[in-house]
Design a protein around this ligand. Structure first.
Ligand SMILES: NC(=O)c1ccc[n+]([C@@H]2O[C@H](COP(=O)([O-])OP(=O)(O)OC[C@H]3O[C@@H](n4cnc5c(N)ncnc54)[C@H](O)[C@@H]3O)[C@@H](O)[C@H]2O)c1
Length: 252
């Protein structure tokens, strides 16, 4: 029960990496403030996680909206008394916003994708950090992608937003580590995703040292480690959880 007495905010928690992270935190005793813009799926996930006997509150809305973020943080703090842990996870593609090669891209779409993957996480962190600093305790993980490091065709807005996160994490972590707050990033690669085609999955699996897709709980457990006191000497890091995709196999 390494998270007993702690409260965690997890964004994008209705499914995928956010849900898997929330489950590990709940199993080890954390109270959960769960966010997602998919209200129905969020309610289902919250109900499922209550079986661990922890307090689970839901905060439905988009983390791209500054007014919503303020409401979410105020509400979560009021309901849990404090927020100690932040899994800054929501990201990916905003609805109805096509990804395109840069030369063909609509700059409004580019901006929307960048904003979801950078500003939303920056804004949530900005809203929670003063409380963490006042209490002298906080653990933050910002979820990035191998696309940031490798670049991605038709994904320049996504990769740029995620890379900006690395700079935010490495800068802010230096400001707050001595005041009790650890901030790190994770560079995810090859988690399962319902939108991925089989052909692309096969390609990614070939690059992985394990020759397989990552399991959601493998990402959740690694993120939870970074949110725990076991990771007390990690700060400003960008930790790869990518099955080796950043150092791909060369011999097939
Ligand atoms: N799946 C991948 O291939 C992959 C790879 C590398 C990094 N990542 C990153 O991992 C994180 C989680 O991705 P996932 O694979 O679990 O995705 P997912 O699509 O399975 O889940 C994302 C969840 O976030 C929610 N969400 C999206 N935009 C939101 C917003 N504006 N406000 C609130 N909720 C929002 C969605 O409703 C959904 O429930 C993202 O930051 C993503 O960029 C994913």
């Amino acid at each position: 029960m390494r998270f007993a007495g702690k409260a965690a905010l997890v964004t994008g928690a209705a499914r995928g990496i956010g849900m898997a992270t929330a489950e590990v935190l709940a199993k080890d005793g954390a109270g959960l403030a769960l966010n997602d813009m998919n209200e129905a799926a969020l309610a289902e996930t919250a109900e499922a996680l209550r079986r661990y006997g922890v307090t689970v509150t839901t905060h439905a809305g988009s983390v791209t909206d500054p007014a919503f973020i303020k409401e979410m943080v105020d509400d979560a703090t009021a309901q849990h008394g404090k927020i100690d842990l932040l899994a800054n996870n929501a990201g990916g593609g905003p609805p109805a916003t096509p990804w395109a090669e840069f030369a063909d891209s609509d700059i409004a779409h580019f901006r929307a994708i960048f904003e979801l993957n950078f500003f939303s996480q920056a804004m949530v962190l900005h809203a929670l950090l003063p409380g963490m600093l006042a209490r002298g305790y906080g653990k933050v993980v910002c979820v990035s992608s191998i696309s940031a490091v490798l670049g991605q065709e038709s994904g320049s807005a996504y990769a740029s937003g995620k890379m900006a996160l690395h700079a935010l994490v490495s800068s802010v972590s230096k400001e707050v580590a001595r005041r009790g707050v650890n901030i790190n990033a994770v560079i995810l690669g090859n988690p399962p995703h319902p939108s991925r085609t089989q052909g692309r999955q096969d390609y990614l699996d070939k690059l992985s040292h394990f020759n397989r897709v990552g399991r959601l709980e493998e990402f959740g457990k690694a993120i939870a480690f970074l949110l725990s006191d076991d990771a007390s000497y990690l700060s400003g890091a960008a930790v790869p959880i990518e099955g080796g995709l950043l150092t791909p196999r060369l011999n097939g």
